[in-house]
Write a protein that binds this ligand. Structure first.
Ligand code: AHM
Ligand code: MG
Length: 353
């Protein structure tokens, strides 16, 4: 009897995977590895809180608004506390910027080499209705000298400077997906063992796809380029899939092929999503998986951030689809450039006295 069949191996845990990867870099100090483990620990705790949110009084509105004037859910606040606490206790991070906080958060670990940008719970308006939600994070090496608090320059680096990024999706199963710039790997949480196990090694996103994800409720205020791209998706008989929870929409498209778009609209003139907490980390992941991310005209990760809560239009997913969207936008821009300038309005004749 083959004993292995009686007890199948459980697979590679996230901890072991991180350790093995660290061994590839002989001079690595282990701090980044520890930081990723801190994030995974907080994710487990947040996962627990989310799972019991229907049973105890932590679903629903907290009664306050975040810095961007959006209603905070209780779980938004809880997730923010959990991640900040884990990062502070870990000691590797000097400064955090969070979608939920107005100001930079100094952890007191002035020797910490890293800064973290985090959206602790994205799509949280979906909590009450059992729709998948997520955490999105981005890790940068500080640029200021250690031994003092992190600075705005540490926190406002372009996405190309990320050393790691990832997300956690709290869905029908809970997964952590991350990159350190050497491919993308996904881990599924095994509740009974309390561990993330490698389930999606070396994720590669399809070059193209037939899913488009955009909130068409705002179509009246799409630019002509975006409207033409959406029409193109319909002409190709693509499937429209939009949950309204970025991590869930992104994760599906990453695995199946497709495009997620949050363009500029009348309500959100620069788009709704935040460059530092949502766009850059997912852009790093999608590029590492062979996909593409853009603001419609420019690579997301090359945008120089000016403020932590900066927003930008977002086109992300399969390379060919993002390029297609960009080409519709470029045609529209060209058409605008070639339109004759409007005739100046004639000045009213001043009545002679
Ligand atoms: P949040 O950070 O306040 O949760 O908002 C971000 C969410 C994304 O998860 C989602 O894709 C988008 O907002 C949905 O916005 P809309 O309802 O305008 O389509
Ligand atoms: Mg968010």
């Amino acid at each position: 009897m083959d004993h292995n069949k009686l007890a199948l191996p459980v697979g590679t845990t996230l901890d072991r995977f991180i350790m093995r990867k660290q061994e590839d870099f002989p001079y690595a100090t282990g701090e980044l590895s520890q930081l990723l483990r801190d994030i995974a620990l907080a994710a487990k705790i947040v996962n627990r809180e989310i799972n019991r949110s229907g049973l105890i009084d932590i679903a629903g509105a907290y009664g306050s608004q975040n810095v961007q004037g959006e209603d905070q859910q209780k779980l938004d606040v809880i997730a923010n506390i959990r991640f900040i606490r884990a990062l502070r206790n870990g000691g590797e991070v000097c400064t955090i910027i969070s979608e939920e906080d107005d100001e930079m958060i100094q952890t007191g670990n002035n020797q910490g080499k890293y800064v973290v940008a985090i959206d602790p719970l994205d799509g949280s308006s979906n909590i009450d209705v059992n729709v998948s939600i997520g955490t999105i994070f981005s890790i940068y090496r500080r640029v200021s000298p250690t031994g003092r608090e992190g600075t705005a320059a540490d926190c406002l680096q372009p996405g190309t400077h990320q050393v790691a990024a990832g997300y956690v999706i709290y869905g029908s199963s809970t997964m952590l997906v991350y990159t350190t710039g050497n491919g993308v790997n996904g881990f599924t949480y095994e509740h009974s063992l309390g561990e993330f196990f490698l389930s999606h090694p070396d994720i590669i996103t399809p070059k193209t796809g037939s899913i488009y994800s955009i909130n068409e409720g705002s179509s009246d205020s799409f630019s002509p380029g975006v409207a033409a791209f959406v029409q193109h998706c319909k002409d190709q008989q693509f499937s429209a899939r939009y949950i309204g929870s970025l991590v869930a929409d992104f994760h599906r498209n990453l695995l199946k092929g497709g495009i997620y778009v949050y363009p500029a609209t009348a309500k959100n003139k620069s788009g709704k999503l935040r460059l530092m907490y949502e766009c850059n980390p997912l852009a790093f992941i999608v590029e590492q998986a062979g996909g593409k991310s853009s603001n419609g005209t420019r690579r997301t990760m090359e945008i120089e951030p000016k403020i932590p809560h900066e927003r930008c239009p977002f086109f992300i997913g399969s390379k060919e689809l993002v390029e297609k969207a960009e080409s519709f936008i470029a045609k529209d821009t060209e058409a605008c450039d070639h339109k004759p300038a409007p005739e100046p309005t004639p000045k009213k004749a001043v009545a002679a006295k």
